[in-house]
Structures are given as structure tokens and as C-alpha cells.
Write a protein that binds this ligand. Structure first.
Ligand code: AMP
Length: 424
């Protein structure tokens, strides 16, 4: 089988790496891919903002299955276009992807289907914001409705701060069109967890849970990023809680979307806060998370292709995934300055020293390759991922590998997974 993966980050490298392990996969293509992915898949340029560009590429390559990594092509309706042509494709349609692409849609949907989430108000003007804020006590969270690459959520300590944040969003200054509508939300307290399920439109199967680290600095300080690291281990979510989340969150979402005429097929990522009132949904993503996918797939012992195909063909079952009891840890190595301004084009050394270390895999995110050398080409550069029977050892292994790698201005958090070790 020929498989095409759309995207070019660490998540897509992890997907390519795992798909290549399937005995049924004969060839993996990736578009656009990156320096590291090009060692494992044939890469092709593609315009991810253009459905036509992706359709043209698939028309040329004729893959037996296309897997959409990032959210933007889903929002643009690439799955709808592939499905219209009868081409097998993994991911939700444009209508189903609204669970991620519109926070107001997701909140109203959760309310209609009694899925636990924070109290909220949806506003489209300063007057509505003022009125809504009178009903919330500080701290309060202000969110842009649309896709904003992690920049659309502001935690506000006072109502005045919230008024300013909402005004900046509504004016288009902060995140453009994505802020034309805002969601005001009560601020929840608790541990965050990423709970992912695979859905075929009717049935769901849980993946193992992961925890990511969104803030740039150690001790969860500094600005929000796309994610600075993630880890996963069996005790993160026990079987009882997994069942609860399947019955009270994942299955009701899939049933609700079907009832509303927008069948949800693909990965449903539920970002949860484990509050004293019980688990509450912070957000949905309609695709694999990055860097959670790197940590999660490191623990997958079964065939990823089989699972993704089962979702496309409507035969997801409980036993579709076989998970290792090992722990995993992914440390994101970034360009200094990220998520702000950073320089690219720095040569990366030391990758060959860790290329063959057992249970360590370097997923490339922002790299390019020239004359056999790798160079930085993005904010998040590498996802250094390791697996071991105990979380402590997975973390140590990942950091030992990071220590072998270097490039100018290289930056990474030193405390990925540390909180989980402390709480044990
Ligand atoms: P979101 O994109 O909605 O997941 O928000 C990004 C991050 O903001 C989350 O991972 C949380 O850390 C934080 N956050 C979002 N909503 C809330 C909330 N209602 N209460 C507390 N923290 C939140």
C-alpha cells in the first residue's frame, strides 16, 4: 500500500516512522515533509493552504490512503474534496472539524450534549463582553473563536484585563479573523491531560493518554508555545477513568456529531482539565497533537495503518491498538527565541551519535537537509523521544540523547515529565 502523509512537523515524522513499520506499507510519501522525514519518505512540495494543491499531488501519486496531519487543511475541507472523488482519506470533514476550528461551535455543542466543560459566554462586541464579564468572577479566560496557532487564549487575572484582551481580539489586532468572535470562560484549576480517541463515525477506541508542556520555560513559565515536550505512561490515566471519559466525553461527541449530520471520523483529541468537579473539556483538536503524538506512538506496539484504515472503513473496535506498558518522553529542542523571533539555517550536529541508540528516536520538526547535513528551519526543531519501562528512565534517556545534539542557540526545557515524577 502507498500512503501519503500531509504535513511537515514532528507529528508527521512520527506518523511516517510508525507507518513504515506496517508490513502492508510499500511506500510512504510526505508533503511537504522536512529534512528528517526525507530520510524515511519521498517528500513532495505542497501548499497546505490550498486544497487544489493537495488534490493535484494526490492525483499524481495515487496513494491508497492519505493521512492529514495539521488542522488547516481540515478546516479548508481537504477531506471533503478527497471523499467526493472517492479517495480514501483519514481525518474529519470540514463540518466535523468545527469542533476545533470554532471554539463557540464546540462550547454550544458540548452544552447541547451535556459534555462537561467550563461555564462560558460567546461575544461578538464590546458591549456583549461587558455584560458577560459581569457574570464571571476573576480570574477568567478569553479565547478567540477560530484557529490561532496557540495564540488565541489569554488567562486574565482581572475583569479589566479580560476586557482589554477581548477588545484586542475583536478588533482583529491580536489574531485577525479568528478573533471576530470570542469565548469568555471560567478559569478551571487542576491537572491537564490529553485524551485521544480514534473514531470511525460511530465507535471509538482510546489511545494512551499523554501530558504536554505548553509554556516555553521551566516550571511552566513564559509564553505559550505549540508544545515543548510530552510524556506518557500507564498510570497517567487508569482504566476506570479511561472508561469514564469514553462514556461521558468521547462517545457522546461522536454520537452527537452523527445525530447532527456531521459524522466525526479520525482522531478526536480531548484537552481535559481534571478539576475537583470532575474532568472538564478545555478544547477539542480534530487531529493528532504535536508533540503528544511522538510520545504516544512511541508506546504503540500494533500496526498504525490497520487502525487508521479501520477508522476510514468504519470498523474501529476496542482491540485495535496494542499498547506497551513502557513509559515515553519527548523533549522538544527549539531555536533560541521561540515562540518569538528566532534565527534559522543553523547546522545541527550530533544526530549520528544517537541515530542507533535503542529505544530512542529523533523526530524532526523544523529541519532541512543539504549535502547530507541537517539545518534548523523552524521554531521547534527536533522531538527527542525515548521509551523505557519506567518514566524516570525514559526521561533520562531522552535527555542523554539531547546532550549529544547541538546547534547554535539551541534551547529546550529541562523539566519535561518532572512533575509526574514528583507526584508519584
Ligand atoms: P485551549 O487552546 O482552549 O486548550 O487553551 C490553551 C491552554 O489554556 C490550555 O491548555 C490550558 O492550559 C489553558 N486554558 C484554556 N481554557 C482554560 C480554562 N477554562 N481554565 C484554565 N485554563 C485554561
Amino acid at each position: 500500500m502507498k500512503v501519503l502523509v500531509i504535513g511537515g512537523g514532528g507529528r508527521e515524522h512520527a506518523l511516517v516512522w510508525k507507518l513504515r513499520q506496517s508490513p502492508r506499507v510499500t511506500e510512504v510519501f510526505c508533503a511537504p515533509g522536512n529534512g528528517g522525514i526525507s530520510d524515511e519518505a519521498r517528500c513532495f512540495p505542497v501548499e497546505q493552504k490550498s486544497v487544489n494543491s493537495m488534490v493535484a499531488l494526490a492525483n499524481q501519486l495515487r496513494p491508497d490512503l492519505t493521512i492529514i496531519g495539521p488542522e488547516l487543511p481540515l478546516q479548508l475541507g481537504v477531506v471533503d474534496e478527497f471523499a467526493r472523488r472517492g479517495w480514501p482519506v483519514f481525518g474529519p470533514t470540514k463540518a466535523a472539524a468545527q469542533l476545533e476550528t470554532s471554539k463557540s461551535f464546540a462550547k454550544e455543542f458540548m452544552q447541547r450534549h451535556r459534555i462537561p466543560t467550563a461555564h462560558y459566554a460567546i461575544c461578538t462586541s464590546g458591549a456583549e463582553v461587558k455584560d458577560a464579564l459581569s457574570r464571571f468572577s476573576a480570574p477568567v479566560v478569553v479565547k478567540a473563536d477560530g484557529l490561532a496557532a496557540g495564540k488565541g487564549v489569554v488567562m486574565c487575572q482581572t475583569r479589566d484585563e479580560a476586557t482589554v484582551a477581548a477588545a484586542e481580539m475583536l478588533s482583529g489586532k491580536m489574531v485577525g479573523e479568528a478573533g471576530a468572535r470570542v469565548v469568555i470562560e471560567e478559569c478551571l484549576q487542576g491537572d491537564e491531560i490529553s485524551f485521544l480517541v480514534l473514531s470511525d463515525g460511530e465507535r471509538v477506541a482510546a489511545l494512551v493518554a499523554a501530558q504536554d508542556h505548553k509554556r516555553a520555560g521551566d516550571g511552566d513559565t513564559g509564553p505559550n508555545t505549540g508544545g515543548m515536550g510530552a510524556y506518557s505512561f500507564p498510570a497517567l490515566l487508569d482504566e476506570q477513568m479511561t472508561q469514564w471519559l469514553l462514556h461521558h466525553v468521547a462517545q457522546p461527541v461522536v454520537d452527537g456529531m452523527k445525530a447532527e449530520g456531521a459524522e466525526y471520523k479520525g482522531i478526536l483529541y480531548c484537552g481535559l482539565m481534571m478539576t475537583p468537579r470532575g474532568p472538564m473539556v478545555l478544547e477539542f483538536n480534530c487531529r493528532f497533537g504535536d508533540p503528544e503524538t511522538q510520545a504516544v506512538l512511541m508506546r504503540l506496539d500494533s500496526d498504525l495503518l490497520e487502525a487508521l484504515e479501520a477508522a476510514v472503513e468504519g470498523r474501529v473496535s476496542n482491540g485495535i491498538f496494542k499498547w506497551s506498558k513502557d513509559a515515553s518522553c519527548c523533549v522538544v529542542v527549539a531555536s533560541g527565541g521561540y515562540p518569538g523571533a528566532f534565527l534559522s539555517g543553523k547546522q545541527i550536529t550530533g544526530l549520528d551519535r544517537v541515530a542507533h541508540v535503542p529505544d530512542v528516536k529523533i523526530f524532526h520538526a523544523g529541519t532541512s537537509k543539504r549535502d547530507g547535513n541537517y539545518y534548523t528551519s523552524g521554531g521547534r526543531v527536533l522531538g527527542v523521544t525515548a521509551r523505557a519501562p519506567r518514566l524516570k528512565d525514559a526521561i533520562a534517556k531522552a535527555y542523554a540523547a539531547v546532550a549529544q545534539i547541538s546547534f547554535e542557540d539551541m534551547y529546550y526545557r529541562k523539566d519535561i515529565g518532572a512533575r509526574a515524577l514528583k507526584s508519584k
